[in-house]
Design a protein around this ligand. Sequence first.
Ligand SMILES: [Zn+2]
Length: 146
Amino acid sequence: MSSSSSAESIVPDVLADRAVPVADPLADFFWRSGRDGVLRLLRCQACGYYLHPPSLPCPRCLSPDVHPEAVSGRALVHSFTVNVQQWVPGQQPYVIAVVELPEQEGLRLTTNILGCPPSRVHIDQPVHVAFVTHHDLYYPVFLPDP
Ligand SMILES: [Zn+2]
């Protein structure tokens, strides 16, 4: 058993804490996938379609045969907003973004862009996945490509 407070994030988080995702056996892999630094999404084994957020059956072919598969972790910023509301005292502005992964048209993930000031984030910006850790879970965030 590991302690949630001792887990170290791979990158510093801008958020003091994060909400614990609603328990969902279908999505459990997603929140733990970052343990080895790899982003995984559900993929239909019958037709190859990626499903995110996780769901059953495959919305394309209705197969129930879906399993987590590693994706590249690369993405482009599809859209974003900057949160300036201080939810906790001292909270700095942070970026909430939707990024699109190259594996499939329209395969998008809601996330945060870390590693640069919010003013430097832009549409179509190349980014790559990293993980922050809270509650023994690995929250995928994205960093600007060098
Ligand atoms: Zn399918």
